[in-house]
Design a protein around this ligand. Structure first.
Ligand code: C2E
Ligand code: CA
Ligand code: CA
Length: 559
């Protein structure tokens, strides 16, 4: 009998089984669909399969299992063909057929076809496992990023996720926890969290993905949020350590984003992680997304990306704000304040300094300002213009920079500038961690002959202790102090009067900043604060304009 192995029906079956879309769950259906035609083409009376392939350890879902007759035309059964394959994990696939006559060609065709089916089933099995791996996080069994995308995109597109809240979650101090209790216990915390989340929300459309480390993204129905926050707030894990069992309390930080009708997956991810960035910066542990956060983030990125080139291109300019002695209207000093000139636009420091401080680049800028001021001073000295003492701002973020005093000193010395012409402003706000570093820096700078001033004095809580601990040369009264000041009989007035009195008695210089009106000037001079910095005299001036004030010391008397 002439029976081509590759008849049309066999080709159709092989094609269908080869499709890359097939997963374990499709195998039974494929066999049921294609077996009857194939059996008929091979001239068989009946054909049946017995498939029992358990899952390999670590794989997810259910194995492959089916058994039964898939074709039977009720005809005569003179011969029986059986082909059995064993799988590596103890499973088997058995194909059985009967035929009206014993035909070696027909037997060979049946065996070949069965072998092909076995190979294709094996391939489908592996693809299914790989597929599962590519969408799940191996450690916790949560989804991974692509898994989350694959799960949520269809739901978002069909509008089913609009009443959901998405969260970007992170465990507080996880690095520290890991160091303390060891990685395996750290892993246990992560696994336990996913397990409890799935137990509580799994069947009710809660999705959890781990993006790596201790970063998770969750999407759940908005009304379940309070339940989730309860889980997070009370989350404890028992771990076993060298000293026996211990219970670890885990704290979370998260950014929340409530999905709307037209949120996309990418928006969801961007918005909840953007809100998380705010949580991380210390705003609160749970921060809900608001549109301004995204604008801020764009701005932050832009600053960070453009900063290195901008500083190279000397786009940062130093402006000088005069300090004037009110009793005789003499220019007695200046504060160096930084501006960023970008495409002809003057960007004020509050738009870039906080970003640079947050990401650790401020030191570069501060030393750049030291360099610019020293360079300007050299020019004044060389031109025979007598300079005034200039104060520079050193961010508290700079305190951890090694050898900062030496770095400043090296720059000043490279222009051969007398040290008493340079004053370093440090803000009075500092944490207990920062205090030793701050004292060290102050002492080193003072030993080198630089003046130290305490900026924004009165804005923090530590004001009085500060005076005792830090031997500053100058106190700069914060603008907030002066802003609402009318006379010395108000509460603020009394405080200010006494502060100035005390500072004077301690032989510390005092200067008021942010002074805008003649009344403020006369009030301040009345209580013994003579030196004034503020719009009343001048705004921070570009170098060329400041040069005019330097060359004409009578400028303010002539106004
Ligand atoms: P700051 O050190 O307290 O500087 C004083 C700020 O008050 C300056 O703002 C100044 O322009 C402003 N100001 C002066 N007089 C008046 C006034 O009469 N009325 C009002 N409303 N404001 C007045 P600016 O230049 O925008 O600087 C803001 C802050 O940026 C500074 O506060 C300082 O903390 C920081 N900064 C500026 N340049 C540098 C720098 O080179 N390095 C570091 N680390 N920080 C800098
Ligand atoms: Ca300052
Ligand atoms: Ca200040």
């Amino acid at each position: 009998m002439d029976r081509p192995i590759m008849s049309d029906s066999v080709m159709r079956m092989i094609n269908a089984m080869s499709s890359p879309e097939n997963r374990r769950g499709d195998v039974v259906k494929l066999l049921e669909t294609y077996t009857p035609d194939v059996a008929q083409d091979l001239g068989l009376t009946s054909m049946s399969f017995d498939v029992d392939v358990p899952l390999t350890p670590g794989a997810r879902g259910s194995g492959m299992k089916t058994s039964g007759v898939m074709f039977d035309n009720g005809g005569e059964r003179a011969a029986e063909y059986i082909v059995r394959f064993e799988t590596v994990n103890g499973g088997h696939i058995e194909a059985k057929a009967t035929s009206a006559v014993e035909d070696p060609e027909q037997r060979r065709a049946f065996e070949t076809l069965s072998a092909l089916m076995f190979a294709l089933c094996g391939k489908i099995n592996s693809v299914t496992d790989l597929d599962a791996l590519s969408v799940t996080d191996g450690l916790t069994n949560a989804l991974n990023m692509s898994g989350l995308r694959r799960k949520l995109v269809p739901l978002i597109e069909s509008g089913q996720l609009k009443e959901h809240v998405s969260l970007f979650l992170n465990i507080k101090n996880f690095k520290y926890i890991n160091q303390k209790i060891g990685m395996p216990n750290g892993d246990k915390i992560l696994k336990e969290f996913v397990k409890r989340f799935k137990k509580q929300f799994g069947e009710r459309e809660g999705y959890i993905a781990r993006l790596g480390a201790d970063n998770f993204v969750v999407a759940i129905k908005s009304e379940q949020f309070s339940e989730l926050s309860e889980l997070m707030k009370s989350f404890r894990v028992t771990i076993t350590g060298r000293e026996g069992d211990a219970e670890i309390k885990v704290y979370f930080r998260c950014g929340l984003y409530y999905m709307t009708e037209d949120s996309t997956f990418d928006e969801m991810m961007n918005c909840c992680s953007c809100a998380y960035a705010y949580a991380r910066s210390g705003k609160a542990d749970f921060v809900e997304y608001e549109p301004y956060m995204m604008e801020d983030e764009h701005h932050t990125k832009k600053v960070l990306v453009t900063f290195p080139e901008a500083i190279q291109a000397r786009e940062f300019r130093v402006y000088y704000q005069p300090k004037v002695r009110s009793s005789d209207n003499k220019l007695v000093g200046a504060e160096a304040l930084c501006r960023w000139i970008s495409d002809g636009r003057v960007i004020p420091p509050m738009q870039f300094i906080p970003v640079l401080e947050r990401f650790g680049n401020i030191n570069r800028l501060d030393l750049y300002v030291v360099d610019t001021v020293a360079r300007d001073m050299r020019e004044w000295l060389d031109k025979g213009i007598e300079p005034v003492r200039v104060s520079l701002n050193i961010s508290r973020r700079d305190l951890s920079v090694p050898d900062l005093a030496k770095k400043i000193d090296d720059i000043v010395n490279s222009y051969d500038i007398p040290h008493e012409l340079i004053e370093i402003e440090l803000t009075e706000t500092y944490t207990t961690d920062e205090l030793p570093m701050m004292l060290k820096l102050i002492n080193e700078l003072k030993d080198l002959g630089y003046k130290i001033s305490i900026d924004d004095f009165g804005s923090g809580y530590s004001t009085l202790t500060m005076l005792k601990t830090i031997h500053a040369d100058i106190i700069k009264l914060d603008r907030a102090f002066i802003k609402d000041m009318k006379d010395s009989s108000t509460e603020d007035g009394i405080i200010l009067r006494n502060v100035v009195h005390m500072v004077n008695e301690l032989d510390i210089e005092v200067i008021a900043e942010g002074v805008e009106t003649a009344e403020q000037v006369s009030f301040l001079s009345g209580i013994g604060c003579d030196v004034i910095q503020g719009y009343y005299y001048d705004k921070p001036l570009p170098r060329e304009e400041f040069d005019l004030r330097l060359s004409d010391r009578e400028w303010y008397s002539k106004r």
